[in-house]
Design a protein around this ligand. Structure first.
Ligand code: AQP
Length: 335
């Protein structure tokens, strides 16, 4: 890996084990993770430290971590090609996050829309971790000197802050961190809730019909698409005031590769029923092999353990170098 780092660009991304992985996570991020494995030096993590910014039930959290790990493998992340570890297994993340907290301004964190959204949704637990979530995210990325970060559009603001933090730190101490670039897909960057298409599709949505999970059975997926909120115009076209249809068109386009214009032509003169069925079927076919591979991985915990341990060991060594460099520049006396 160290040799490869010199030649190939480094890609870093992570996902929270905060529930069953959704079609939004898949189209917005994970599908790109898989596609980038051959060309880049890819480093992926399950961001379990981030997840406790919202209160988790112990047994469910543990289960979510195992299931998310198996799901990502099932999506095609190959631990022989990429690192795929659990964030809390690599101690440098929390250490660098603390340091970066001291180079991040209160005002910057206050402007983060995710903080505003989540603190409104979890008003009884607006904890300091929720507020400083972006400094931990910056640490995740900067530790690996990542060139590119494949994420959905919702993470753009956090990534911008990571760039600002790294530029600020480099401005004081010289070139310590690579300034990362976002890598946001053209299609599927923002998949919306099927029940309220003005909101993004989220793992932690309490309305089960709002989101398609990678583990949903085919008939459940079909039902969810059939119940998706649309409008009364009954014309499949992309446009203002048609958030539901726009979202379904975006999903269909991301899965089939068809352009919006091709989709409009395909469904000209047809009703929403036909369109929803086509979207549902396309998604079922896309997810079928994922679900099959998932069943294999989730029943083989020792294989998963082997993968995450091996990856964490390499990640620890690699990231320690960046952490040491940053600490030395600040003036810490290293042991
Ligand atoms: N709806 C979405 N459309 C496109 N991309 C999305 N992502 C998330 N939702 C969508 C992308 O998935 C990656 C992993 O996200 P995360 O788990 O780190 O956190 P999140 O963005 O907060 O995702 P969720 O599903 O909404 O989780 P909860 O409900 O726990 O907050 C990121 O790259 C994200 O952009």
């Amino acid at each position: 890996m160290e040799q490869q780092t010199e030649k190939k660009k480094v890609v870093f991304s992570a996902i929270q084990p905060s529930g069953t992985i959704t079609l939004g996570n898949y189209l917005g991020a994970i599908r790109n993770w898989t596609a980038m494995q051959n060309e880049f030096n890819c480093i992926y993590a399950l961001a379990d430290l981030h997840t406790i910014t919202v209160r988790q039930e112990t047994a469910q959290f543990r289960k979510n971590i195992l299931e998310a790990y198996a799901s990502i493998l099932a999506c095609g992340i190959d631990p022989e090609k990429s690192l795929f570890f659990i964030q809390s297994h690599v101690t440098t993340h929390a250490q660098l996050a603390w340091i970066l907290n001291c180079y991040t301004q209160f005002g910057e964190l206050s402007r983060m829309t995710q903080f505003k959204d989540k603190s409104a949704r979890h008003a009884d637990n607006v904890n300091a971790g929720l507020f400083t979530y972006p400094s931990l995210m910056a640490a995740d990325i900067l530790l690996y000197q990542a060139d590119m970060v494949p994420v959905g559009a919702d993470q753009k603001q956090h990534l911008e802050l990571s760039r600002n933090i790294s530029e600020r730190f480099n401005g004081i101490y010289g070139n310590v961190f690579k300034v990362p670039e976002p890598y946001i897909p053209q299609n599927g960057a923002r998949v919306m809730s099927l029940q309220d298409p003005t909101k993004k599709m989220s793992k932690s949505d309490t309305n089960v019909n709002a989101c398609v999970s990678l583990m949903d059975a085919p008939d459940t997926i079909m039902k969810k698409f059939k119940r998706a909120v649309t409008d009364s115009e009954a014309v499949v076209r992309f446009g203002e005031g048609k958030d539901g249809i726009n979202n379904l068109m975006g999903i269909y386009s991301a899965v089939t590769g068809k352009s919006l214009e091709q989709i409009e032509n395909e469904f000209e003169g047809k009703g929403y029923g036909d369109f929803k069925t086509a979207v549902g079927e396309a998604v079922v076919e896309e997810l079928r092999p994922v679900k099959e591979r998932y069943d294999k991985y989730i029943s083989d915990k020792s294989y998963m353990e082997e993968c995450w341990k091996k990856s964490a060991e390499i990640a620890q060594k690699f990231s320690q170098r960046t952490l040491d460099k940053a600490m030395k520049k600040i003036g810490f006396v290293l042991k």
